[in-house]
Design a protein around this ligand. Structure first.
Ligand SMILES: *Cc1c(COP(=O)(O)O)cnc(C)c1O
Length: 419
């Protein structure tokens, strides 16, 4: 689709996009999801849709596993193994080393645990380094942790974190794909730079897992966390995951020393002793129903070849950008997402002064993206279920919204450019 620029746009038709769908090797995956009629869902980067298999799976866990096995289900149905079992599957999605990923808690809590552990592993270094515009919970958790420790640690937030790496940085904490712009860091290069400065690196993969190819082991990543309810389609509030490189596991001290992270939880001893490996980062009893739902989403994702997913995601985004330029080029949208596919994840964002009103109008017309203050419209392009024609249809609705004048000066206090 290199021709998808400039004059070539004129020949891009809905039928041409339909032909791409007909040839799409991933097309069958769409039918594995419940997607309401009349909705174009471009917000799977915030809450993935429900896989058709999920309600039946949850019902089975409730009726058969919980209902019949009762407490025996912890062993009979291996509930106790869920965090490591589903973690291992997510480990495959992120290219992690074996036995290094576990499902636990929320992304926020996992950030706290791994940041605390990282500071312990770099005594004498006082700085958590991050970048301007990182996701708020990442910043807030770091702020709460440094205040709690009371040992003079600081969170430093800068525009150019690589330029700020120095002898005082204990850990570089970055979100791999930015939630607002969709811009993606070079994981391998950034990790290497952090290591050269003697720092650990902690990646937040919330907008990466299930969306872009990842190879944490090959990139020598130290620590990572990520979200289960976005591109993994694990359901609202799905538990999160965390990753610890094998070389760091024996020295990892989680600050939340719960009984299920104990070496022998069922010995019920009175003194904490960390479990071997990444299991020590588990805190308490796993949320079995939520984990069962997450496993369905992860299994579905594992069946789709990541190279195909990425190729489709890149192409969907290229078309979306090109079509917005073609159909709404004079409407004042500013592309926030890198045009270079190598530098972006699986979402496209635009800034627009009337962004909130425009997104409301889109949602009223069945095109669901989302809005992030002050002016960002986000469109997630999940290649597992978004079709090429959806991109066409979404931009057609956007064009109609703009032609309808939803952001006219008198309503929204912004000037409509002369078209
Ligand atoms: C969605 C998201 C989270 C979510 O954290 P929760 O603890 O699940 O609320 C964290 N970090 C990033 C970068 C996210 O995009």
């Amino acid at each position: 689709m290199a021709a998808l620029t400039g004059d070539a746009l004129g020949v891009l038709t809905r039928d041409a996009l339909g032909a791409l769908d007909a040839a799409d090797k991933l097309a069958a995956f769409r039918d594995r999801f419940e997607l309401p009629e009349g909705v174009i869902y471009l917000d799977g980067n915030s809450l993935g849709p429900v896989p058709k298999e999920t309600p039946g799976r949850i019902a089975d866990v409730v009726a058969r596993e919980w209902g019949v096995s009762l407490i025996r289900a912890w062993t009979e149905h291996d509930w106790i193994g869920l965090p490591l079992r589903v973690g291992a599957k997510i480990g495959r999605l992120i290219g992690g080393a074996p036995d290094s990923t576990v499902v636990a808690d929320s992304t926020s809590v996992n950030l706290f645990k791994l940041l605390a552990a990282a500071l312990e592993m770099r005594p004498g270094r006082q700085t958590i380094l991050t970048e301007t515009g990182n996701f708020p919970t990442d910043l807030y958790m770091a702020q709460g942790l440094t205040a709690l420790l009371g040992r003079g640690h600081v969170l430093r937030t800068v525009d150019d974190p690589l330029g700020a790496l120095g002898a005082d940085v204990a850990v570089l904490m970055l979100t791999h794909v930015n939630y607002r712009s969709g811009a993606m860091h070079d994981m391998e290069a950034v990790t290497r730079a952090a290591h050269e400065a003697g720092a650990l690196v902690l990646w937040d993969l919330s907008h990466s897992v299930g969306a872009v190819p990842l190879q944490l082991a090959a990139d020598d990543v130290d620590l990572a966390v990520g979200c289960g309810y976005k591109f993994l389609n694990g359901g609202p509030g799905a538990p999160a995951f965390l990753y610890v490189a094998p070389r760091l596991q024996a020295g990892l001290k989680s600050p939340l020393t719960g009984w299920l992270g104990h070496a022998e939880p069922f010995a019920f001893g009175s003194v904490y002793r960390a479990a071997a490996g990444v299991a020590r980062a588990v805190v308490g009893t796993p949320p079995v129903l939520s984990l069962a739902a997450l496993e369905v989403g992860v299994d579905l994702m594992l069946r789709a070849p990541m190279a195909e997913l990425r190729a489709k995601s890149v192409r969907l985004a290229a078309m979306f950008m090109a079509l917005v330029g073609q159909e709404c080029g004079a409407d004042g949208f500013v592309l926030l997402t890198p045009a270079d596919a190598a530098l972006r994840g699986s979402q496209v964002s635009f800034a627009h002064p009337a962004g909130y009103a425009i997104m409301q109008a889109l949602i009223e017309r069945g095109v669901i993206g989302d809005f992030r203050a002050p002016d960002v419209l986000r469109f997630g392009l999940a290649p597992l279920y978004v079709r090429y024609v959806d991109v066409w249809d979404a931009v057609a609705v956007l064009r109609d919204v703009m032609r309808g004048g939803v952001w006219q000066e008198e309503r929204f206090g912004v000037r409509r450019p002369v078209t």
